[in-house]
Design a protein around this ligand. Structure first.
Ligand SMILES: [Zn+2]
Ligand SMILES: [Zn+2]
Length: 345
């Protein structure tokens, strides 16, 4: 018989008890995996700007508080539910924003589970990863390949996956040019992914320091995001595809001007403003504008396989779990260079 370490009945969890109020780390009952679920002991948990929106109540949970946020969790399976499945105790898995989805709608059956009308969002509509333990459904746990550190893997679960799926949607191929707007965590991942795919990368941001970082990560050109950025990109040959990760409306006109005919604009960052344009600006050059939210599981798998080669590195700020409030305050103040990851141990 195998000796198993007993899992405690309680766990520490970061509770959002009121919007816009400090998060409280408290002892709460540890969840128990049922049926097709696994219990995961979290090792590293990334903090995302979506957590800030939830914390502020701008993207309030559909459930009554308290809520455990966090949708970039990586840890090891410590217990398997009664129906068993492919996952074994000791395997390292990660969970992103899509906790689970209906599995039988058109989107779920055609690789679009992240667009399912009935999906559960980790740390929003179901308990998340700012806790010592979380329960996942077997089918939705992303197996982390050997060779990726848990703190490196955590931001891939949301930021990396969204950057990868956004890049694929540009349709940009080897030798073609992509302009990437916004050099935060997602932009930094997208630069590396696009370079690995053989694209020529133009990084765009308001900050010269962030452009320097983008170049260090492999970007071929850096363009300051001022009103003339689109024209500057045209002088560099224009773009076959643009991705926007900046949560501001100002990049929209820059992208329209940066695009070559029949280019694609992928919208991933969510500006608060309405975006205005004359229809002819999209019609005459035959542009395609497409939205992207999170990723599906296959895209996640591809990204993890790429990361396992060691060629995608996050710019990561590590903090102990106990500093979750400071981590959120730093994100709000724009003091974070890349992605924040909470160390759970
Ligand atoms: Zn996120
Ligand atoms: Zn569905």
């Amino acid at each position: 018989m195998k000796f198993m370490m007993a899992t405690p009945e309680k766990m520490k969890a970061a509770l959002l008890t009121a919007y816009n109020a400090p998060i409280e780390i408290r002892d709460v009952p540890r969840p128990e995996p049922i049926a097709d679920e696994v219990l995961v002991k979290i090792e590293a948990s990334g903090v995302c700007f979506t957590d800030v929106h939830i914390w502020k109540g701008e993207h309030a949970s559909p459930n009554p508080l308290p809520l455990i946020m966090g949708h970039e969790g990586v840890g090891t399976v410590v217990k398997v539910g009664s129906s068993g499945g492919r996952l074994k105790v000791g395997e390292r898995v990660g969970i992103g924003y899509v906790h689970s989805a209906c599995g039988h709608c058109r989107e779920c059956q055609t690789g679009g589970e992240n667009y399912c009308a009935d999906f559960y969002a980790t740390g929003y509509s179901t308990p998340g990863c700012f806790a010592e333990y979380v329960v996942l459904k077997q089918d939705w746990a992303n197996v982390i390949p050997e060779g990726i550190d848990p703190a490196e893997a955590a931001p891939l679960m949301c930021a990396g996956a969204a950057a990868y799926a956004s890049f694929l949607k540009t349709g940009v191929k080897a030798g073609e040019t992509i302009a990437i707007f916004g050099m935060g965590g997602l932009g930094q991942y997208c630069v590396q992914i696009a370079k690995l795919a053989g694209a020529r990368v133009i990084a765009v941001d308001i900050s010269p320091e962030k452009l320097a970082m983008a170049k260090a990560l492999g970007a071929d050109e850096g363009v300051i995001a001022d009103a003339g950025a689109g024209e500057t990109i045209q002088t560099l040959g224009g773009a076959r595809g643009c991705v926007n990760f900046a949560p501001v409306g100002a990049t929209w006109q820059m992208m329209l001007h940066a695009c070559n005919p029949r280019a694609r604009i992928v919208m991933t960052g969510v500006p608060a403003q309405e975006l205005a344009f004359y229809a002819h600006e999209v019609i005459a050059p035959g542009l395609t504008v497409v939205g992207n939210s999170a990723s599906n599981r296959q895209e996640m798998r591809e990204l993890l396989n790429l990361a396992a080669t060691g060629r995608i590195k996050g710019v990561i700020v590590r903090r102990p779990f106990s500093q979750i409030n400071e981590a959120i305050a730093d994100l709000i103040a724009g003091r974070v260079e890349g992605r924040t990851v909470l160390d759970m141990e």
